[in-house]
Design a protein around this ligand. Sequence first.
Ligand code: COA
Length: 302
Amino acid sequence: MIKLRPVRSDADYEAWRDVRSAVEPNERGLTVAELRELAKPERLLLLAELDGDVVGSGLSDRSDVAGRAFVVPRVRPAARRQGVGSRLLAELADHAADQGYDVAGSFVEDEGSLAFARRHGFVETGRQVEQVRSIGAEPWPDAPASYQVVSVAERPELWAQAYEQVALPTLPDLDVPGTLEVSAEEWATEWINDPAAMFVAVAGDDVIGVAGLMLDTDRPERAEVAYTAVRREWRGKAVASTLKRTSMAWAAEHGITEIYTWTQQGNDDMRRLNEHLGFRYGAVAVNVRATLPLELAEEVRA
Ligand SMILES: CC(C)(COP(=O)(O)OP(=O)(O)OC[C@H]1O[C@@H](n2cnc3c(N)ncnc32)[C@H](O)[C@@H]1OP(=O)(O)O)[C@@H](O)C(=O)NCCC(=O)NCCS
């Protein structure tokens, strides 16, 4: 028997995290404290039990893409093809529709999940490629002549400034369907997790670029590359590669052996920059989108 319930206790949050890391073992996950901080009525975290065991989890929330919901059901590989994913998706999509959304986005990383998504009315909207870089002996780059590189730990006030001067003008350049909407508060809390591992390039009084790492408490030897961006007028001057080399040197000094990043397949500049820095290709994720409410068979909602 399948039973769904919302996440409430710390044990529920841990169970939710366990499913997520079983399904996406190579992706950085949030801690229980970070997940609790994000709690709000619009955001639904679900657990799915099959005959009393937690086998699945789900998330429904606002998407970073303006005007859209984000939904993702996840089921442990051993418990698939028994209807759990469909039950989760139905409840997640209903929740998003109740919040007033008429479109939901998600992503899948394997053929079976793509078949599942298509079966439930999702269509492909784009692809992202994973790029992975082993960290060895990484030299610190030479200090640039026309700007300075500092960590956000050294100059914490620059992170809010980076939102205005780098995030807002560069987010529209990302090759995503729709407009990315990131608030100043989200920038301050969700786009950085350790100020010592986040670097900004400063020219005079202006922040002209950002890059760094999002650390993973579950797997400290592996970090995700954070948002990398350079103001348009400073592009083509090696600012991004200097910032990235700085994060790689920091990684090497802090016991990190691998860093990874997801890049939109159409973002040739970023993919080439990463190739140039020695990243190799990993997994591929397919972005999908469906109109809400989902048209699901009656038995799925039962
Ligand atoms: C996608 C996922 C949630 C499906 O969970 P599940 O419990 O196996 O899904 P269901 O049993 O409800 O599958 C419903 C239908 O989807 C289709 N489907 C699901 N998995 C499939 C697969 N591997 N190959 C082909 N079709 C598949 C089938 O039509 C299936 O019905 P059937 O079993 O009667 O043929 C699970 O594979 C998963 O966790 N994937 C990783 C995370 C993810 O990509 N989530 C989807 C985001 S939209």
